[in-house]
Design a protein around this ligand. Structure first.
Ligand code: SAH
Length: 235
């Protein structure tokens, strides 16, 4: 069975967007994953099919109604018992290990909003998993869902092909959670900079050791947080 991406949004035309291109786009055409859009507007209330309203207690912007969000999620989960993800700056961080875990699953339901947020009672009643891309505020959940899907889909079996398995990339357990080593390609000399001899020398053992040392040095210099985790795990 292919990976099913269900996206609930008031802006279904944003999809597949970039996910219709390159690796993920080919995989979509080949049926390795499926995308089903669900328009929030279809679950709106009243004669104008409203989906949002002003914040109770005052404040800027609009808030997605709990009844509308719940109706949409219930409609999708009734047919598709999949985890429900709510992109949110106050969620736990999205990580490569989450991408790996979700790529092994049957799919996900994303509920996206473009407002001040969603009525807290929707979260209390349906308990979606709130996931954040990082400590900054986007205009809505759609691009966040695309980012997560892009990271997940490239790990779905068949999407990337065996050669580029993604197993030893940055952040992966197979790479000990380190950043990846530097990559080179032709030409051999660029603006006076040569590809290091060890990379093209043909001694695979030496190359592996060099790449490992580079990965460790990069991680130590750039990401004190990842380096500390690595040292802790090594103990
Ligand atoms: N008022 C909210 C921000 C709302 S931004 C606050 O201060 O926390 C509008 C929507 O964009 C959010 O509801 C969420 O769905 C999405 N969004 C914004 N930043 C995000 C982030 N860092 N990660 C994931 N989703 C985000």
């Amino acid at each position: 069975m292919s990976f099913a991406a269900h996206i609930i949004t008031a802006y279904p035309d944003m999809f597949p967007g970039p996910l219709g291109e390159s690796l993920q786009g080919r995989a979509l055409a080949d049926g390795l994953w499926r995308m089903t859009m669900h328009d929030l507007r279809d679950f709106g209330v009243g004669k104008h099919q409203n989906i949002d309203d002003t914040p109770a207690g005052g404040g800027p912007g609009m808030v997605l109604r709990a009844d509308v969000a719940a109706a949409a999620v219930d409609h999708v989960t009734a047919q598709n018992p999949l985890p429900v993800i709510l992109p949110s700056p106050r969620g736990g961080p999205f990580t490569q290990s989450l991408a790996q875990e979700w790529a092994k699953g049957d799919g996900l339901i994303f509920i996206c909003n473009r407002f001040e947020g969603v009525d807290e009672r929707f979260i209390a009643a349906r308990q979606p998993l709130e996931v954040s891309l990082g400590d900054y505020v986007l205009g809505g959940g759609e691009i966040a869902a695309m980012v997560m899907l892009e990271a997940i889909l490239r790990l779905v079996p068949g999407v990337m092909g065996k050669l580029e398995s993604g197993a030893d990339e940055s952040f992966s357990p197979a790479n000990d959670g380190l950043l990846e080593y530097p990559q080179y390609t032709r030409p051999q000399s660029f603006e006076g900079l040569d590809i290091p001899d060890v990379v093209t020398g043909g001694d695979h053992k030496k190359l592996a050791a060099w790449r490992r040392a580079q990965a460790e040095a990069l991680t130590q210099n750039r990401r004190a947080d990842l380096w500390a985790d690595f040292l802790k795990r090594k103990k």
